[in-house]
Design a binder for this molecule. Structure first.
Ligand code: ADP
Ligand code: ZN
Length: 219
């Protein structure tokens, strides 16, 4: 069983790796950011609430986010493992997750921490474009689609996320360094933390993470 957390600042490459990994290992991708964006698109009360935080680059309150993940991890498709992307992002979230996985009798097997320097994160995020339909990531300089503005995979429309503007990004990075980076210690103490370089070319990084997945899966 593979229960794995992908951690790291915005732009470190979590989303790109997650999309490759869930295909290769056939486990659900649990991205709180994607779940919030879906709720926003559907106009649900959760979406309305989440949007007010997300567009400024702030974190959605813990009790809301924790509730959402609790519901999701209880679903049947998570019983054989899952990939958490973008959760936990705060200490209360990490503590709630630990309690929850204990209750479910299926602990986290590894925490993969992708990192990159701030200048590179800003460069990646400010040029990022995302498929409105399937969520596939692109970049205006380094990862261009075959046809401008159109997703190679599904033909969907590419757009820039509202929180990928320079102002919102500053706030997101601030939250990352203040709230999320301290979790490295939390997971280091539990001997779960594995640091990888987010600057590694994506196919090579995928091979490195896949090796970790295989080891965790054998446990
Ligand atoms: P990225 O990793 O590129 O910053 P995500 O797609 O993971 O973006 O998240 C986008 C936004 O959704 C975050 O900036 C935050 O507002 C909200 N969000 C996602 N996950 C969480 C979480 N675990 N706790 C609080 N807010 C979250
Ligand atoms: Zn697409």
């Amino acid at each position: 069983m593979i229960n794995i957390i992908l951690m790291g600042p915005p732009g470190a490459g979590k989303g790109t790796q997650a999309k490759m990994l869930i295909q290769a290992f056939n486990i659900p991708h649990i991205s709180t950011g994607d779940m919030f964006r879906e709720a926003i698109k559907a106009g649900t009360p959760l979406g309305v609430l989440a949007q007010s935080y997300i567009q400024k680059g702030d974190l959605v309150p813990d009790e809301v986010t924790i509730g959402l993940v609790k519901e999701r991890l209880a679903q049947k498709d998570c019983a054989n493992g899952y990939l958490l992307d973008g959760f936990p992002r705060t200490l209360p979230q990490a503590e709630a997750l630990e309690k929850l996985t204990e209750e479910l009798g299926a602990p986290i097997g590894a925490v993969i921490n992708l990192d990159a320097d701030k200048a590179e994160l800003v460069r990646r995020i400010s040029g990022r474009r995302v498929c409105r339909n399937c969520g596939a990531p692109y970049h205006v300089d380094t990862l261009r689609p075959l046809i401008d503005g159109v997703c190679d995979i599904c033909g969907g429309e590419l757009y820039q996320r509202k929180d990928d503007t320079v102002e919102a990004l500053e706030t997101r990075l601030h939250h990352y360094y203040e709230d999320t980076k301290p979790l490295e210690n939390f997971y280091r103490e539990r001997k779960l933390l594995i640091n990888l370089n987010g600057l590694t070319p994506k196919d090579e990084l995928f091979v490195q993470i896949s090796e970790i997945f295989k080891k965790v899966d054998q446990k």
